[in-house]
Design a protein. Structure first.
Length: 423
């Protein structure tokens, strides 16, 4: 079988041809010219992969042309000869190129390129700066190392020193290293497990860090009457469910999600009682979840009568989203928070619960357990809770009525339970 002819093209022809298509120089080497006035000129090498016989193509670089720089015909022939040599040795030129690239690419080079390619998807205004700081400063010890050689000890050397003292920073840095190494594997620059992976890897090697309890911003309870009045003024100018929801959450001291997803069927306006289903009451204090009854003061009842349409379905949400005329979509996640911050910037919805708890402890004689139970915190074991549930509801009703009067500023005198009711 005759060998395929080599060197079909002349140097002049290779630099002046403008006809779109592939022009063969023989032996698998082609000059590929794209269509268009400024068609791209590229040297490519076509071959069949060893073992599979599949047709494959590898780019060798831009081709030199009349008005642009690039590989000359002689340079392209040298690269094609290297590819033929690899094929003669049973190697795939594409696989060999990837291996060489992996050998040469450092963690820093690849991390910088990745950051540049993904930064357009960042939403936070500081996200890019945070990534850049972690990849350039905290990852400095591995930036010059080949990305194919990064191993678990390298990642541990970065994460361990700050794991117990700056745990959040350590976790974010670890996550970003993992992202870089995963992308490198997808590019064929790495193989095997990701050394920055948490489960089954770093989780087993790092000590368990103590969780720091988050303290939500709370307004001083003496400011709550003013906050409620400000919300009521907003009702007058903008009669929106979100302002009513914010006031209702203050009056009941419930969590935002419990109020957002409250349905009409859960309300008993005659008994002035709201029963939150067990599935919505699963918390760290009560992982199994139990129905929770919330006593409603007069103002809370008045709010519900205002926001619930007369023809509302039992499944309708009490506090509907802005565009939900049929009340079948709840308020958005941050809607109530924005309403509160509009009248008192230094507050969170959870902080309202803290304000209530501070008031109950400082200004009333209700037992600590009653205040904790009003917040749906588990107090005592299941037997004790079952025994005292009825009496606790009565005392919680008195507590919530007193809180309602306080925030309404109806009286400067706070009703205190008698010594008999405290027993």
């Amino acid at each position: 079988m005759a060998k395929r002819q080599l060197h079909k093209l002349s140097s002049r022809a290779a630099e002046t041809i403008t006809t779109p298509g592939r022009h063969s120089d023989g032996g698998g080497l082609y000059l590929a010219i794209e269509t268009g006035t400024h068609g791209r000129r590229q040297w490519v090498f076509l071959y069949r992969a060893p073992g599979t016989g599949k047709r494959r193509e590898i780019g060798l670089g831009a081709a030199k042309g009349p008005s642009r720089d690039g590989l000359s015909l002689a340079q392209a022939r040298l690269k094609a000869a290297e590819a033929r040599k690899a094929l003669a040795e049973g190697k795939d030129p594409i696989v060999e190129r990837r291996a060489k690239t992996a050998d040469d690419t450092t963690f820093g080079e690849f991390a910088d390129a990745l950051l540049h390619s993904i930064k357009s998807g960042f939403k936070g205004k500081n996200t890019h700066a945070d990534w850049k700081r972690d990849l350039e400063v905290r990852c400095k010890p591995i930036r010059g190392k080949r990305i194919s050689e990064i191993a678990t000890p390298d990642v541990l050397a970065i994460i361990s020193p700050m794991w117990l003292t700056k745990n959040r920073t350590a976790r974010e840095t670890r996550s970003r290293i993992e992202r870089v190494l995963s992308a490198a594997k997808a590019k064929g620059l790495r193989s095997g497990e990701n050394p920055a992976m948490w489960r089954g890897n770093l989780k087993e090697l790092l000590p368990k860090a103590k969780k720091t309890k988050r303290h939500h911003a709370a307004a001083p309870y003496k400011s709550m009457p003013g906050i409620v009045r400000a919300l009521q003024e907003r009702h007058q100018s903008a009669n929106t469910p979100v302002n009513y929801a914010a006031e209702f959450i203050i009056l009941t001291a419930v969590r935002t999600g419990e109020a957002r997803f409250m349905r009409v069927r859960e309300i008993d306006l005659i008994e002035k009682l709201w029963t939150i289903p067990a599935e919505r009451m699963k918390t760290e204090d009560d992982p199994e979840g139990t129905d929770f009854e919330v006593p409603l003061c007069d103002r809370a009842v008045a709010i519900l009568r205002t926001v619930i349409p007369d023809d509302a379905s039992p499944d309708a949400y009490v506090f509907a989203g802005q565009w939900s005329k049929d009340h079948m979509k709840p308020l958005g996640h941050n809607a109530v928070l924005h309403a509160l911050k509009a009248v008192y910037p230094a507050i969170t919805t959870h902080g309202c619960r803290s304000s209530f708890r501070d008031w109950a402890g400082d200004e009333t004689r209700f037992a600590r357990d009653i205040a904790e139970m009003a917040l749906a915190h588990k107090v005592g074991d299941d037997t004790e809770l079952a025994y005292r549930r009825g009496n606790a509801l009565k005392k919680r009703t008195q507590l919530m009525e007193a809180w309602g009067r306080y925030v309404a500023n109806a009286s400067n005198v706070i009703a205190l339970p008698s010594s008999a009711s405290r027993r």
